[in-house]
Design a protein around this ligand. Structure first.
Ligand code: ZN
Length: 132
């Protein structure tokens, strides 16, 4: 049900500051930047081979990404798996007792449908399921 690692979500205080590393030092190109109001973040998508880095800058100090930066600092926020059928993937996880943050998909960056798995069920890693 999991096709590949679609992207790595990295929480940063400032996209502009982070791009000094990802774009200017590492030489990666930003595919696009967009605001995702549902998650209260501004996102920069940076392709690397056949996966991507998703930089997440909070647009609201009360947003989940802002709270994550507050408690754990900047850095790896989540790992996203590409799936063909997000409802089926969520149903399979729920049926085996996995705790979900999102029982139903919501709108993510780039028009994707996404849902998060609770890290308490996935050994400390926040996983996102992502259907394009
Ligand atoms: Zn993501």
């Amino acid at each position: 049900m999991l096709k590949k690692v679609d992207h790595l979500g990295i929480a940063v205080r400032s996209l502009e500051a982070a791009l000094a590393f990802y774009r200017d030092a590492a030489g990666l190109a930003v595919a696009h930047v967009e605001e995702v109001p549902d998650q209260r973040v501004k996102v920069a998508m940076i392709p690397v081979g056949d996966t991507r880095i998703e930089l997440l800058e909070p647009t609201d100090p009360e947003s989940p990404v802002a709270k994550s930066i507050e408690s754990r600092g900047e850095g790896l926020h989540h790992v996203a798996f590409l799936v063909d059928d997000i409802e089926a993937a969520l149903a399979q996880l729920a049926a085996t007792g996995v705790r979900l943050i999102d029982a139903t998909p919501r709108q993510g960056a780039g028009g994707a449908r996404i849902a998060f798995v609770h890290p308490k069920s996935s050994f400390g890693v926040l996983y996102e399921l992502c259907q394009r």
